[in-house]
Design a protein around this ligand. Structure first.
Ligand SMILES: C[S@@+](CC[C@H](N)C(=O)[O-])C[C@H]1O[C@@H](n2cnc3c(N)ncnc32)[C@H](O)[C@@H]1O
Ligand code: SF4
Ligand code: SF4
Length: 398
């Protein structure tokens, strides 16, 4: 156990709990942040009672809000009971969903059990391209879900993960958010880990695409004071990293479907790290004392150039998982940092994305019209990845 001195812990309080209820999902997004080896996890998911206890423990630790997410949280039959348990624990709850497995009555029931808000992800404003990216026909169901939120008075965030196949539709995405009455529009450029890292070549946008989209989002913020508009820049186009999860083990707790407690979505990629389980220990014990939460908490763990850098308490060295995946060592500076000796990896990926753009339809300001040849979709049930265009029938690129 490598417990840090209390002065490292005393300023930290987990505000947000990410409750991954299941990795089951009917969609097949090639950017999905779920682990690529989600395998048979559905056989060992936490029970309703486990989640209820975890929510009480989280509230006692200071957690204010819980994201009920997955996979597809609606794939859990006990979602109404889980939702009620979150409300009973006094947590503000948000259903984070792709919106395809509900009816209006089911959603009304969740609201009656205490659900406070919903976040709906849509893959694109163009229905055909949205279905192509999701891997299955789903756009119409998503629009129905959005209208039910409006009718049921559930505050709605629209989430669109951005990449080279939809960035050129930014104006239509903004119009869609207005039309469906979203309170908040979150345009998050793809984070390249898990499935997205497998598909980076197909998904990484060009600088020109990104600049146009950024300008449109800025204008939209000014034009729509009633709707909160967020545009999150991709790490690959920023020379300074973001503080991943607000700093490792400082604000967020993520619990996987089988009960593993993680400081971030991808932490399991870091070899040799043991993640405690809520079945064996209390959340408070794990938050305070676990090897995994303390390993990269604060700044004591840092090596150069982070150790002596003025930004070390601003970005906490960026993303540990990105450092591991791209440099081979999770303790290195995130290679998106221009001071990292591995920054060339990022520049190379960026240059490749820009040279593809120069030779494709996206360079003309239109939407990407060619299906990327090597895109791999996640599938459920787990039966190995599939390549774009091989199945299911009827789903094709615009
Ligand atoms: C893993 S999903 C689970 C919930 C639900 N299946 C959905 O997609 O909305 C949780 C959130 O992460 C977003 N997301 C997934 N992969 C991402 C990535 N690589 N980068 C940024 N956001 C991502 C989704 O759009 C969604 O808002
Ligand atoms: S495949 Fe898509 S819809 Fe399903 S969990 Fe992943 S991001 Fe969400
Ligand atoms: S050297 Fe480390 S702390 Fe400094 S900006 Fe880069 S990643 Fe952040």
């Amino acid at each position: 156990m490598t417990e840090k001195p209390t002065n490292q812990l005393k300023n930290y309080r987990p505000y947000n709990l990410v409750a991954e209820l299941t990795y089951k999902c009917p969609l097949q997004c090639p950017y999905c942040s779920n682990p690529t080896n989600y395998g048979e996890t559905f056989r060992d998911e936490l029970s309703t009672e486990d989640w209820a206890r975890v929510f009480r423990e989280a509230a006692a630790l200071g957690v204010m809000q819980v994201g009920l997410t997955g996979g597809e949280p609606g794939a859990r039959r006990d979602l109404p009971q889980i939702t009620k348990a979150a409300a009973d624990a006094g947590l503000f709850s948000m259903l984070v969903t792709a919106g395809t497995v509900f009816t209006k009555d089911k959603l009304a029931n969740l609201r009656d059990q205490g659900l406070d808000s919903a976040q709906l992800s849509v893959q694109d404003s163009d229905p055909k391209n949205s279905d192509f990216i999701a891997g299955v026909p789903s756009f119409d169901k998503k629009m129905a879900f959005a209208s039910w939120c409006h009718e049921l008075d559930l505050p709605l965030t629209l989430n669109v993960v951005l990449h080279r196949l939809n960035l050129d539709h930014i104006d239509d995405i903004l119009a869609m958010a207005k039309e469906i009455g979203a309170h908040r529009l979150e345009m998050a450029n793809t984070q390249y880990y898990a499935w997205a890292l497998e598909n980076r070549e197909a998904l990484l946008p060009s600088a020109e695409q990104l600049e146009r989209a950024r300008a449109a989002a800025k204008q939209a913020k000014a034009d729509n004071p009633k709707m909160e508009v967020l545009f999150i820049i991709p790490d690959y186009y920023s020379d300074l990293p973001k503080p991943c999860m607000g700093g490792w083990g400082s604000q967020v707790i993520l619990i996987s479907p089988t009960g593993k407690v993680l400081p971030c979505h991808a932490a399991e990629v870091i070899p040799g790290m043991v993640f405690d389980n809520v079945r064996d220990k209390s959340l408070s014990d794990i938050w305070r004392h676990s090897e995994s939460f303390n390993r990269f908490r604060g700044t004591d763990w840092m090596v150069e150039p982070c150790r002596s850098c003025d930004r070390r308490e601003i970005d906490y060295g960026g993303c540990r998982c990105q450092a591991l995946m791209l440099t081979g060592d999770a303790a290195n500076a995130d290679p998106t940092c221009h001071l990292s000796s591995h920054h060339g990896i990022i520049v190379e990926a960026r240059d490749a994305a820009n040279s593809v753009a120069a030779n494709s339809d996206t360079a003309n300001g239109g939407a990407a019209t060619r299906p990327p040849p090597e895109m791999i979709y996640r599938t459920w049930p787990p039966r190995g990845p599939r390549k774009a265009g091989t199945e299911p029938a009827g789903v094709s690129a615009t």
